[in-house]
Design a protein. Structure first.
Length: 277
């Protein structure tokens, strides 16, 4: 085998590896992925062709930090998806000069948008063809804040990351012997006593006699959420995301810069927060 042949084989292998790594970096992995060559660059703006109306309007008007220009050469098309297997199903075609996103609902367009976020590098949006729909309707995470208390700011960050990776249910376990975490105005002792304990870690509290402490006393660890804070959290989950709010993990060889545009948002962050007492 000649040196030229070896070089060509090595180059071909490198291209295959790069394409494979790009596909593997998509989480959750779409049902069908074919990576192409090149990127869709948005630096000069894009022309938007919306054939589905409000189902896609929130996405390209609110969630994408890219200039919309009717004279632009590169086009983003939103088209209906026939015979969708799920409200969250979508098809995504990305070429150097055009993107076509097909879905049957705002949820489907949101899922496609979240996939595009993961395909975005500092050079542009990686070319590909993707067909996807969720394997499971309920994709959730449970946080036991009774045993391990987290502030509201942490819960909001958790919702942002869940949204990026297409989780749609957050179950918050608010009450147990280890701590009462929801404000009950009629029974204030649940908050100024049962929400505070002698150890920050549940296992330490359990090992030292399961003692509660008065709020504000020495060594008291814990806390609770006011009713207004929990209402705000549910509202936050239902709102579209904010551009650039949540930074994704960079792809191999990607600096993580968002020159191709920031993707955050769509129909909602996650569809449901379950406050379980």
């Amino acid at each position: 085998m000649t040196k030229k042949s070896n070089y060509l084989l090595s180059l071909f292998g490198a291209l295959l590896l790069t394409s494979s790594l790009q596909a593997q970096s998509l989480l959750p992995k779409p049902q069908q992925v074919t990576m192409g060559k090149g990127v869709f660059n948005t630096s000069d703006g894009v022309k938007v062709e919306n054939q589905v109306g409000a189902d896609a309007e929130n996405i390209y008007t609110k969630a994408w930090n890219v200039k919309v220009n009717d004279a632009a050469k590169r086009v983003v098309k939103f088209t209906p998806l026939a015979n969708a297997s799920s409200p969250e199903a979508y098809r995504l075609h990305v070429a150097p000069d055009a993107i076509e996103i097909s879905a049957a609902s705002s949820e489907g367009f949101l899922r496609a948008w979240q996939t595009m976020e993961q395909l975005t590098t500092k050079k542009g949006i990686a070319c590909c063809d993707i067909v996807d729909a969720p394997a499971y309707k309920w994709r959730g995470l449970m946080l036991d804040v009774s045993r391990h208390y987290f502030p509201i700011s942490f819960l909001k960050k958790q919702i942002d990351v869940m949204s990026e990776y297409k989780f749609n249910r957050l179950h918050i376990h608010l009450t147990d012997a280890a701590g009462w975490r929801i404000e009950i105005k009629r029974y204030p002792r649940l908050n100024n006593f049962a929400a505070w304990r002698s150890g920050k870690l549940w296992k330490d509290w359990n090992a030292n006699g399961n003692k509660y402490l008065e709020q504000g006393s020495e060594g008291a660890e814990g806390g609770y959420y006011t009713q207004d804070e929990l209402r705000d959290l549910v509202k936050y989950a239902a709102e579209p995301g904010t551009p650039g709010l949540c930074r994704r993990t960079p792809h191999p060889g990607d600096s993580g810069n968002r020159d191709a545009g920031s993707f955050r948002g769509g129909a909602y962050r996650i569809s449901r927060v379950i406050l379980y007492p």
